[in-house]
Design a protein around this ligand. Structure first.
Ligand code: UN1
Length: 508
Protein backbone atom coordinates (compact mmCIF):
# COMPACT_ATOMS: atom_id res chain seq x y z
CA UNK A 1 0.00 0.00 0.00
CA UNK A 2 1.31 3.40 -0.96
CA UNK A 3 1.33 5.91 1.86
CA UNK A 4 -0.30 8.77 -0.06
CA UNK A 5 0.48 11.45 2.54
CA UNK A 6 4.14 10.50 2.50
CA UNK A 7 4.22 10.43 -1.30
CA UNK A 8 2.66 13.90 -1.53
CA UNK A 9 5.13 15.24 1.04
CA UNK A 10 8.09 13.79 -0.87
CA UNK A 11 6.98 15.76 -3.94
CA UNK A 12 6.21 18.88 -1.86
CA UNK A 13 2.50 18.68 -2.58
CA UNK A 14 -0.05 20.03 -0.10
CA UNK A 15 -3.65 18.98 0.42
CA UNK A 16 -4.59 22.13 -1.52
CA UNK A 17 -2.12 23.52 -4.08
CA UNK A 18 -2.01 26.73 -6.07
CA UNK A 19 -2.50 26.02 -9.78
CA UNK A 20 -0.36 28.67 -11.47
CA UNK A 21 3.37 29.23 -11.27
CA UNK A 22 6.14 31.28 -12.85
CA UNK A 23 8.74 30.08 -10.39
CA UNK A 24 6.68 31.82 -7.71
CA UNK A 25 3.32 30.17 -7.04
CA UNK A 26 0.35 32.43 -7.76
CA UNK A 27 -2.72 32.41 -5.52
CA UNK A 28 -5.76 33.22 -7.69
CA UNK A 29 -8.28 35.60 -6.14
CA UNK A 30 -11.23 33.31 -6.88
CA UNK A 31 -11.09 29.95 -5.16
CA UNK A 32 -12.06 27.50 -7.87
CA UNK A 33 -10.94 24.14 -6.54
CA UNK A 34 -10.18 21.12 -8.72
CA UNK A 35 -10.09 17.83 -6.83
CA UNK A 36 -7.86 15.14 -8.27
CA UNK A 37 -9.40 11.71 -7.75
CA UNK A 38 -7.74 8.32 -7.74
CA UNK A 39 -9.26 6.50 -10.75
CA UNK A 40 -8.81 3.15 -8.97
CA UNK A 41 -11.26 3.94 -6.18
CA UNK A 42 -12.75 7.39 -6.75
CA UNK A 43 -11.11 8.75 -3.58
CA UNK A 44 -9.79 12.33 -3.58
CA UNK A 45 -5.96 12.56 -3.51
CA UNK A 46 -5.45 16.33 -3.15
CA UNK A 47 -6.66 19.44 -4.92
CA UNK A 48 -5.51 22.45 -6.92
CA UNK A 49 -6.87 25.99 -7.04
CA UNK A 50 -7.46 26.63 -10.72
CA UNK A 51 -5.95 29.62 -12.49
CA UNK A 52 -8.24 32.53 -13.33
CA UNK A 53 -7.80 35.22 -16.00
CA UNK A 54 -5.51 37.29 -13.72
CA UNK A 55 -3.27 34.34 -12.94
CA UNK A 56 -3.05 33.51 -16.66
CA UNK A 57 -2.08 37.10 -17.39
CA UNK A 58 0.67 37.06 -14.76
CA UNK A 59 2.05 33.85 -16.21
CA UNK A 60 2.13 35.12 -19.82
CA UNK A 61 3.81 38.34 -18.72
CA UNK A 62 6.46 36.42 -16.78
CA UNK A 63 7.06 34.06 -19.73
CA UNK A 64 7.44 36.99 -22.11
CA UNK A 65 9.76 38.89 -19.79
CA UNK A 66 12.04 35.93 -19.18
CA UNK A 67 12.20 35.17 -22.92
CA UNK A 68 14.18 38.39 -23.39
CA UNK A 69 17.03 37.10 -21.21
CA UNK A 70 16.70 33.33 -21.72
CA UNK A 71 17.08 33.60 -25.51
CA UNK A 72 20.39 35.46 -25.11
CA UNK A 73 21.95 32.76 -22.95
CA UNK A 74 24.18 30.52 -25.11
CA UNK A 75 22.31 27.34 -26.04
CA UNK A 76 24.89 25.04 -24.36
CA UNK A 77 24.38 27.02 -21.12
CA UNK A 78 20.64 26.43 -21.42
CA UNK A 79 21.49 22.78 -22.08
CA UNK A 80 23.43 22.69 -18.82
CA UNK A 81 20.25 23.73 -16.96
CA UNK A 82 18.27 21.02 -18.77
CA UNK A 83 20.99 18.55 -17.75
CA UNK A 84 20.41 19.52 -14.11
CA UNK A 85 16.67 19.08 -14.62
CA UNK A 86 17.30 15.55 -15.95
CA UNK A 87 19.47 14.79 -12.91
CA UNK A 88 16.83 16.09 -10.52
CA UNK A 89 14.24 13.91 -12.26
CA UNK A 90 16.55 10.93 -11.72
CA UNK A 91 16.39 11.68 -7.97
CA UNK A 92 12.61 11.91 -8.04
CA UNK A 93 11.98 9.04 -10.45
CA UNK A 94 10.44 6.76 -7.86
CA UNK A 95 7.97 9.14 -6.15
CA UNK A 96 7.05 10.91 -9.38
CA UNK A 97 6.48 7.58 -11.16
CA UNK A 98 4.27 6.53 -8.23
CA UNK A 99 2.27 9.72 -8.39
CA UNK A 100 1.74 9.22 -12.15
CA UNK A 101 0.35 5.74 -11.40
CA UNK A 102 -1.77 6.97 -8.52
CA UNK A 103 -3.31 9.91 -10.33
CA UNK A 104 -3.51 8.61 -13.91
CA UNK A 105 -3.97 4.89 -13.25
CA UNK A 106 -1.19 3.36 -15.37
CA UNK A 107 0.76 0.53 -13.71
CA UNK A 108 3.89 1.39 -11.74
CA UNK A 109 6.32 0.05 -14.32
CA UNK A 110 4.73 2.36 -16.89
CA UNK A 111 4.61 5.27 -14.41
CA UNK A 112 8.35 4.85 -13.83
CA UNK A 113 8.86 4.43 -17.58
CA UNK A 114 7.16 7.73 -18.14
CA UNK A 115 9.61 9.53 -15.83
CA UNK A 116 12.44 7.71 -17.62
CA UNK A 117 11.07 9.14 -20.87
CA UNK A 118 11.42 12.63 -19.32
CA UNK A 119 15.01 11.88 -18.31
CA UNK A 120 15.84 10.55 -21.78
CA UNK A 121 14.36 13.68 -23.28
CA UNK A 122 16.51 15.91 -21.08
CA UNK A 123 19.64 13.96 -22.08
CA UNK A 124 18.69 14.25 -25.75
CA UNK A 125 18.11 17.99 -25.42
CA UNK A 126 21.47 18.54 -23.69
CA UNK A 127 23.26 17.06 -26.71
CA UNK A 128 21.03 19.04 -29.02
CA UNK A 129 21.95 22.29 -27.27
CA UNK A 130 25.30 22.09 -29.11
CA UNK A 131 23.74 21.01 -32.41
CA UNK A 132 21.11 23.56 -33.42
CA UNK A 133 22.67 23.56 -36.85
CA UNK A 134 21.77 25.44 -39.97
CA UNK A 135 23.36 24.58 -43.34
CA UNK A 136 25.61 26.73 -45.52
CA UNK A 137 24.47 27.09 -49.11
CA UNK A 138 26.69 27.88 -52.05
CA UNK A 139 25.78 31.27 -53.43
CA UNK A 140 25.48 31.80 -57.18
CA UNK A 141 27.09 35.21 -56.73
CA UNK A 142 30.84 35.76 -56.33
CA UNK A 143 32.12 36.55 -52.84
CA UNK A 144 28.72 35.93 -51.30
CA UNK A 145 27.95 33.62 -48.48
CA UNK A 146 24.54 32.18 -47.77
CA UNK A 147 23.51 30.26 -44.70
CA UNK A 148 20.59 29.39 -42.50
CA UNK A 149 20.35 30.06 -38.79
CA UNK A 150 17.74 29.32 -36.16
CA UNK A 151 16.39 31.77 -33.58
CA UNK A 152 14.23 31.14 -30.53
CA UNK A 153 10.54 31.56 -31.21
CA UNK A 154 9.08 33.00 -27.99
CA UNK A 155 6.56 31.68 -25.51
CA UNK A 156 5.40 28.12 -26.29
CA UNK A 157 2.01 26.89 -25.03
CA UNK A 158 2.11 23.21 -24.11
CA UNK A 159 -1.26 21.48 -23.71
CA UNK A 160 -0.93 17.89 -22.52
CA UNK A 161 -3.37 15.01 -22.09
CA UNK A 162 -4.07 12.84 -19.05
CA UNK A 163 -2.58 9.66 -20.53
CA UNK A 164 1.04 10.85 -20.56
CA UNK A 165 0.75 13.48 -17.86
CA UNK A 166 4.48 14.23 -17.58
CA UNK A 167 6.43 12.68 -20.50
CA UNK A 168 4.73 14.76 -23.18
CA UNK A 169 5.53 17.93 -21.22
CA UNK A 170 9.18 16.86 -21.25
CA UNK A 171 9.12 16.17 -25.01
CA UNK A 172 8.16 19.79 -25.49
CA UNK A 173 9.78 21.50 -22.51
CA UNK A 174 13.27 20.03 -22.90
CA UNK A 175 13.39 21.03 -26.58
CA UNK A 176 11.76 24.44 -26.10
CA UNK A 177 14.20 25.23 -23.27
CA UNK A 178 17.39 24.48 -25.19
CA UNK A 179 15.95 26.28 -28.22
CA UNK A 180 15.71 29.45 -26.09
CA UNK A 181 11.93 29.55 -25.70
CA UNK A 182 10.01 30.02 -22.50
CA UNK A 183 6.81 28.09 -22.02
CA UNK A 184 3.41 27.78 -20.38
CA UNK A 185 2.14 24.33 -19.53
CA UNK A 186 -1.58 23.62 -19.35
CA UNK A 187 -1.91 20.01 -18.17
CA UNK A 188 -5.05 17.90 -18.29
CA UNK A 189 -7.56 18.65 -15.53
CA UNK A 190 -7.50 14.90 -14.73
CA UNK A 191 -3.83 15.00 -13.72
CA UNK A 192 -3.07 18.34 -12.05
CA UNK A 193 -0.99 16.94 -9.19
CA UNK A 194 1.72 15.41 -11.36
CA UNK A 195 2.03 18.80 -13.06
CA UNK A 196 2.45 20.60 -9.73
CA UNK A 197 5.07 18.02 -8.71
CA UNK A 198 7.04 18.54 -11.95
CA UNK A 199 6.82 22.31 -11.55
CA UNK A 200 8.22 21.96 -8.01
CA UNK A 201 11.16 19.99 -9.40
CA UNK A 202 11.87 22.49 -12.18
CA UNK A 203 11.56 25.40 -9.69
CA UNK A 204 14.41 23.93 -7.65
CA UNK A 205 16.73 24.03 -10.66
CA UNK A 206 15.71 27.49 -11.76
CA UNK A 207 16.02 28.88 -8.20
CA UNK A 208 19.58 27.58 -8.11
CA UNK A 209 20.35 29.78 -11.12
CA UNK A 210 18.27 32.76 -10.00
CA UNK A 211 15.94 32.26 -12.97
CA UNK A 212 12.15 32.24 -13.24
CA UNK A 213 9.49 32.49 -15.93
CA UNK A 214 11.08 29.84 -18.20
CA UNK A 215 8.97 26.85 -17.09
CA UNK A 216 5.50 28.14 -16.21
CA UNK A 217 2.30 26.38 -15.26
CA UNK A 218 -1.40 27.20 -15.53
CA UNK A 219 -3.92 24.64 -14.38
CA UNK A 220 -7.46 25.48 -15.35
CA UNK A 221 -10.37 24.53 -17.57
CA UNK A 222 -9.82 24.25 -21.32
CA UNK A 223 -12.82 26.46 -21.99
CA UNK A 224 -11.32 29.43 -20.12
CA UNK A 225 -7.54 29.07 -19.66
CA UNK A 226 -7.01 26.85 -22.72
CA UNK A 227 -9.11 29.08 -24.99
CA UNK A 228 -7.28 32.16 -23.78
CA UNK A 229 -3.93 30.59 -24.55
CA UNK A 230 -4.69 29.23 -28.02
CA UNK A 231 -6.06 32.62 -29.08
CA UNK A 232 -3.21 34.62 -27.52
CA UNK A 233 -0.90 36.14 -30.15
CA UNK A 234 1.80 36.48 -27.47
CA UNK A 235 2.10 32.68 -27.68
CA UNK A 236 3.49 31.96 -31.19
CA UNK A 237 3.39 28.17 -30.89
CA UNK A 238 0.83 25.86 -29.34
CA UNK A 239 1.85 22.24 -28.93
CA UNK A 240 -1.38 20.34 -28.37
CA UNK A 241 -1.94 16.69 -27.47
CA UNK A 242 -5.54 15.50 -27.32
CA UNK A 243 -8.56 14.60 -29.37
CA UNK A 244 -8.91 15.21 -33.10
CA UNK A 245 -12.00 17.30 -32.39
CA UNK A 246 -10.12 19.67 -30.06
CA UNK A 247 -7.04 19.59 -32.31
CA UNK A 248 -9.09 20.88 -35.23
CA UNK A 249 -10.23 23.77 -33.03
CA UNK A 250 -6.63 24.52 -31.94
CA UNK A 251 -5.46 24.40 -35.58
CA UNK A 252 -8.15 26.90 -36.59
CA UNK A 253 -7.53 29.25 -33.66
CA UNK A 254 -3.76 29.34 -34.20
CA UNK A 255 -4.01 29.59 -38.00
CA UNK A 256 -6.37 32.58 -37.77
CA UNK A 257 -3.70 34.55 -35.93
CA UNK A 258 -0.82 33.08 -38.02
CA UNK A 259 0.44 31.25 -34.99
CA UNK A 260 1.89 27.77 -35.31
CA UNK A 261 0.70 24.51 -33.88
CA UNK A 262 2.14 21.07 -33.28
CA UNK A 263 -0.75 18.62 -33.16
CA UNK A 264 -0.59 15.14 -31.68
CA UNK A 265 -4.15 13.85 -32.01
CA UNK A 266 -5.98 10.56 -32.26
CA UNK A 267 -4.55 7.32 -33.55
CA UNK A 268 -6.18 4.13 -34.80
CA UNK A 269 -3.17 1.90 -34.82
CA UNK A 270 -2.93 -1.54 -36.33
CA UNK A 271 -0.67 -4.57 -36.62
CA UNK A 272 -0.59 -6.81 -39.70
CA UNK A 273 0.54 -10.38 -39.00
CA UNK A 274 1.96 -12.29 -41.97
CA UNK A 275 2.01 -16.12 -42.12
CA UNK A 276 5.80 -16.16 -41.57
CA UNK A 277 5.68 -14.04 -38.38
CA UNK A 278 7.24 -15.25 -35.12
CA UNK A 279 4.00 -15.79 -33.24
CA UNK A 280 5.44 -15.63 -29.74
CA UNK A 281 6.61 -12.08 -30.50
CA UNK A 282 3.19 -11.24 -31.95
CA UNK A 283 1.45 -12.38 -28.81
CA UNK A 284 3.61 -10.31 -26.47
CA UNK A 285 3.51 -7.24 -28.69
CA UNK A 286 -0.28 -7.37 -29.06
CA UNK A 287 -0.80 -7.75 -25.32
CA UNK A 288 1.40 -4.78 -24.42
CA UNK A 289 0.06 -2.56 -27.20
CA UNK A 290 -3.65 -3.37 -26.72
CA UNK A 291 -3.88 -3.86 -22.94
CA UNK A 292 -0.95 -1.74 -21.68
CA UNK A 293 -2.06 1.59 -20.17
CA UNK A 294 -5.58 0.08 -20.39
CA UNK A 295 -5.63 0.98 -24.10
CA UNK A 296 -5.25 4.68 -23.27
CA UNK A 297 -2.17 5.50 -25.34
CA UNK A 298 -2.42 7.39 -28.62
CA UNK A 299 -0.28 4.51 -29.88
CA UNK A 300 -2.45 1.73 -28.38
CA UNK A 301 -3.25 -1.16 -30.68
CA UNK A 302 -6.87 -1.01 -31.83
CA UNK A 303 -6.94 -3.19 -34.96
CA UNK A 304 -5.26 -6.53 -35.62
CA UNK A 305 -5.09 -7.97 -39.15
CA UNK A 306 -4.26 -11.69 -39.12
CA UNK A 307 -3.42 -13.71 -42.21
CA UNK A 308 -6.17 -16.31 -42.53
CA UNK A 309 -3.67 -19.21 -42.40
CA UNK A 310 -2.59 -18.38 -38.82
CA UNK A 311 -5.63 -16.49 -37.53
CA UNK A 312 -7.33 -19.26 -35.53
CA UNK A 313 -4.16 -20.21 -33.62
CA UNK A 314 -3.29 -16.58 -32.78
CA UNK A 315 -6.83 -15.79 -31.66
CA UNK A 316 -6.94 -18.85 -29.42
CA UNK A 317 -3.67 -17.89 -27.71
CA UNK A 318 -4.71 -14.25 -27.37
CA UNK A 319 -8.03 -15.14 -25.77
CA UNK A 320 -6.21 -17.39 -23.32
CA UNK A 321 -3.70 -14.65 -22.46
CA UNK A 322 -6.46 -12.05 -22.01
CA UNK A 323 -8.13 -14.42 -19.57
CA UNK A 324 -5.14 -14.22 -17.23
CA UNK A 325 -4.69 -10.41 -17.22
CA UNK A 326 -4.84 -9.05 -13.69
CA UNK A 327 -6.50 -5.69 -13.30
CA UNK A 328 -6.54 -3.65 -10.12
CA UNK A 329 -4.50 -1.16 -8.12
CA UNK A 330 -1.85 0.10 -10.58
CA UNK A 331 0.64 0.44 -7.71
CA UNK A 332 0.40 -3.25 -6.89
CA UNK A 333 3.28 -4.94 -8.70
CA UNK A 334 1.18 -7.93 -9.78
CA UNK A 335 -1.29 -5.71 -11.70
CA UNK A 336 -1.05 -5.59 -15.49
CA UNK A 337 -3.97 -3.28 -16.17
CA UNK A 338 -5.21 -0.30 -14.18
CA UNK A 339 -8.49 1.59 -14.45
CA UNK A 340 -9.74 3.94 -17.15
CA UNK A 341 -9.37 7.61 -16.38
CA UNK A 342 -12.98 8.39 -15.48
CA UNK A 343 -16.58 7.24 -15.65
CA UNK A 344 -17.23 8.75 -19.08
CA UNK A 345 -14.31 6.73 -20.49
CA UNK A 346 -16.01 3.63 -19.05
CA UNK A 347 -19.27 4.62 -20.74
CA UNK A 348 -17.51 5.15 -24.08
CA UNK A 349 -15.88 1.74 -23.77
CA UNK A 350 -19.24 0.01 -23.35
CA UNK A 351 -20.93 2.14 -26.03
CA UNK A 352 -18.25 1.09 -28.54
CA UNK A 353 -18.73 -2.59 -27.66
CA UNK A 354 -22.50 -2.26 -28.15
CA UNK A 355 -22.01 -0.60 -31.53
CA UNK A 356 -19.52 -3.27 -32.59
CA UNK A 357 -22.07 -5.98 -31.73
CA UNK A 358 -24.81 -4.18 -33.69
CA UNK A 359 -22.43 -3.96 -36.65
CA UNK A 360 -21.79 -7.71 -36.59
CA UNK A 361 -18.74 -7.96 -34.32
CA UNK A 362 -18.42 -10.99 -32.05
CA UNK A 363 -17.04 -10.47 -28.54
CA UNK A 364 -14.52 -13.26 -27.95
CA UNK A 365 -13.50 -12.26 -24.45
CA UNK A 366 -14.16 -9.34 -22.09
CA UNK A 367 -17.02 -6.95 -22.61
CA UNK A 368 -17.94 -6.88 -18.93
CA UNK A 369 -17.28 -4.69 -15.92
CA UNK A 370 -15.38 -6.22 -13.01
CA UNK A 371 -17.28 -6.13 -9.76
CA UNK A 372 -15.16 -3.58 -7.91
CA UNK A 373 -15.11 0.18 -7.32
CA UNK A 374 -13.11 2.43 -9.65
CA UNK A 375 -13.19 2.83 -13.42
CA UNK A 376 -12.25 -0.74 -14.28
CA UNK A 377 -13.31 -2.55 -17.44
CA UNK A 378 -12.37 -5.92 -18.90
CA UNK A 379 -9.94 -5.91 -21.82
CA UNK A 380 -12.00 -6.96 -24.82
CA UNK A 381 -11.38 -8.72 -28.14
CA UNK A 382 -13.98 -8.37 -30.90
CA UNK A 383 -13.76 -10.51 -34.01
CA UNK A 384 -15.06 -8.85 -37.16
CA UNK A 385 -15.74 -10.47 -40.52
CA UNK A 386 -15.37 -7.08 -42.19
CA UNK A 387 -13.90 -3.67 -41.30
CA UNK A 388 -16.98 -2.39 -39.41
CA UNK A 389 -17.59 1.38 -39.02
CA UNK A 390 -16.84 1.48 -35.25
CA UNK A 391 -13.33 0.20 -36.02
CA UNK A 392 -12.72 3.49 -37.82
CA UNK A 393 -13.19 5.42 -34.53
CA UNK A 394 -10.60 5.80 -31.81
CA UNK A 395 -12.09 4.61 -28.51
CA UNK A 396 -9.64 5.30 -25.69
CA UNK A 397 -10.13 1.92 -24.03
CA UNK A 398 -8.83 -1.67 -24.19
CA UNK A 399 -10.88 -2.88 -27.16
CA UNK A 400 -9.14 -4.82 -29.91
CA UNK A 401 -10.88 -5.46 -33.25
CA UNK A 402 -9.55 -8.54 -35.05
CA UNK A 403 -9.82 -9.12 -38.81
CA UNK A 404 -8.49 -11.76 -41.21
CA UNK A 405 -7.05 -11.25 -44.69
CA UNK A 406 -5.53 -13.26 -47.53
CA UNK A 407 -3.33 -10.82 -49.45
CA UNK A 408 -0.91 -8.35 -47.88
CA UNK A 409 -1.83 -5.60 -50.36
CA UNK A 410 -5.49 -5.98 -49.37
CA UNK A 411 -4.59 -5.75 -45.66
CA UNK A 412 -2.55 -2.58 -46.25
CA UNK A 413 -5.44 -0.96 -48.13
CA UNK A 414 -7.86 -1.62 -45.25
CA UNK A 415 -5.17 -0.65 -42.73
CA UNK A 416 -4.86 2.77 -44.40
CA UNK A 417 -8.61 3.27 -44.83
CA UNK A 418 -9.10 5.05 -41.48
CA UNK A 419 -8.92 8.80 -40.92
CA UNK A 420 -6.06 8.61 -38.40
CA UNK A 421 -2.40 7.89 -39.19
CA UNK A 422 -0.25 7.59 -36.08
CA UNK A 423 1.39 4.19 -35.53
CA UNK A 424 1.51 0.90 -37.41
CA UNK A 425 3.39 -2.39 -37.46
CA UNK A 426 3.91 -5.57 -39.43
CA UNK A 427 5.11 -8.90 -38.05
CA UNK A 428 6.96 -10.95 -40.66
CA UNK A 429 10.24 -12.71 -41.43
CA UNK A 430 10.00 -11.79 -45.09
CA UNK A 431 12.01 -8.91 -46.53
CA UNK A 432 9.39 -8.61 -49.27
CA UNK A 433 6.50 -8.11 -46.80
CA UNK A 434 8.46 -5.80 -44.50
CA UNK A 435 9.68 -3.58 -47.33
CA UNK A 436 6.25 -3.51 -48.97
CA UNK A 437 4.78 -2.29 -45.66
CA UNK A 438 7.51 0.38 -45.38
CA UNK A 439 7.31 1.47 -49.04
CA UNK A 440 5.44 4.41 -50.59
CA UNK A 441 2.48 2.07 -51.14
CA UNK A 442 2.70 0.71 -47.61
CA UNK A 443 1.66 2.13 -44.24
CA UNK A 444 0.52 5.77 -44.35
CA UNK A 445 1.33 6.39 -40.66
CA UNK A 446 3.95 8.59 -39.00
CA UNK A 447 5.36 5.52 -37.25
CA UNK A 448 5.85 2.17 -39.02
CA UNK A 449 7.50 -0.73 -37.19
CA UNK A 450 8.63 -4.23 -38.14
CA UNK A 451 8.35 -6.95 -35.49
CA UNK A 452 7.63 -4.34 -32.78
CA UNK A 453 4.19 -3.32 -31.50
CA UNK A 454 2.58 0.04 -32.18
CA UNK A 455 3.22 1.59 -28.76
CA UNK A 456 6.28 2.29 -26.67
CA UNK A 457 8.34 4.41 -29.07
CA UNK A 458 11.79 5.61 -28.04
CA UNK A 459 12.32 9.37 -27.74
CA UNK A 460 15.13 9.49 -30.32
CA UNK A 461 12.74 9.38 -33.28
CA UNK A 462 10.30 12.10 -34.26
CA UNK A 463 6.92 11.18 -32.76
CA UNK A 464 3.64 12.00 -34.51
CA UNK A 465 1.34 11.05 -37.31
CA UNK A 466 -0.48 11.96 -40.48
CA UNK A 467 -4.06 12.73 -41.55
CA UNK A 468 -6.35 13.37 -38.56
CA UNK A 469 -3.47 12.66 -36.20
CA UNK A 470 -2.49 16.21 -37.06
CA UNK A 471 0.90 16.04 -38.79
CA UNK A 472 2.95 17.26 -35.81
CA UNK A 473 6.29 15.82 -34.78
CA UNK A 474 7.69 15.92 -31.26
CA UNK A 475 10.63 14.55 -29.25
CA UNK A 476 13.64 13.29 -31.24
CA UNK A 477 15.21 13.67 -34.68
CA UNK A 478 14.80 17.25 -35.96
CA UNK A 479 11.50 17.93 -34.14
CA UNK A 480 13.34 20.84 -32.43
CA UNK A 481 12.99 22.91 -35.60
CA UNK A 482 9.31 23.52 -34.82
CA UNK A 483 10.36 25.42 -31.68
CA UNK A 484 12.57 27.91 -33.54
CA UNK A 485 12.30 30.33 -36.43
CA UNK A 486 14.47 29.90 -39.48
CA UNK A 487 16.43 32.75 -40.97
CA UNK A 488 18.18 32.72 -44.35
CA UNK A 489 21.15 35.07 -44.39
CA UNK A 490 23.12 36.20 -47.44
CA UNK A 491 26.29 38.19 -46.94
CA UNK A 492 28.03 40.09 -49.72
CA UNK A 493 31.72 40.59 -49.03
CA UNK A 494 32.59 41.82 -52.56
CA UNK A 495 32.78 45.39 -53.83
CA UNK A 496 30.02 44.81 -56.39
CA UNK A 497 26.26 44.36 -56.07
CA UNK A 498 25.43 41.51 -58.45
CA UNK A 499 21.75 40.55 -58.54
CA UNK A 500 20.53 36.96 -58.41
CA UNK A 501 19.14 35.26 -61.52
CA UNK A 502 21.43 37.49 -63.63
CA UNK A 503 19.01 40.43 -63.39
CA UNK A 504 20.49 43.78 -64.48
CA UNK A 505 19.18 46.96 -62.87
CA UNK A 506 21.74 49.69 -63.39
CA UNK A 507 21.27 53.44 -63.52
CA UNK A 508 23.54 55.47 -65.84
C1 UN1 B 1 0.76 9.17 -26.21
O1 UN1 B 1 0.06 8.18 -26.11
O2 UN1 B 1 0.26 10.32 -26.22
O3 UN1 B 1 5.07 5.52 -28.01
C2 UN1 B 1 2.23 9.14 -26.24
C3 UN1 B 1 4.49 5.51 -26.91
C4 UN1 B 1 4.94 6.48 -25.85
C5 UN1 B 1 4.29 7.81 -26.05
C6 UN1 B 1 2.81 7.76 -26.23
N1 UN1 B 1 6.37 6.63 -25.91
O4 UN1 B 1 3.58 4.72 -26.65
Amino acid sequence: MTDIKKLLAELELEAVNPGACTGEWIEPSERNELVSKNPSNGQPIASVIQADADAYEQVVEAAQASFATWRMMPAPARGEIVRELGNELRKYKDPLGRLVSLEMGKILSEGLGEVQEMIDMCDFAVGLSRQLYGPNMTSERPRHRMYEQWHPLGVVGIVTAFNFPVAVWAWNAALAAVCGDTMIWKPSSSTPLTAVAVQNISNKIMDRHGLSGVFNLVIGPGRSVGERMINDSRVPLISFTGSTRMGRHVAEATATRFGRSILELGGNNAIIVEPDAKLDLVLRAVLFAAVGTAGQRCTSLRRLFLHSSIADGVIEKLVKAYGSITSGDPLDESTLMGPLVNESAVEEHFAAIEKAKEQGGEVLIGGGRPDKPGNFVEPTIIKCSEHIPIACDETFAPILYVFTYDELEEAITVHNSVAQGLSSAIFTSSVYSAETFLSHEGSDCGIANVNIGTSGAEIGGAFGGEKETGGGREAGSDAWKAYMRRQTCTINWSTELPLAQGVKFDVE
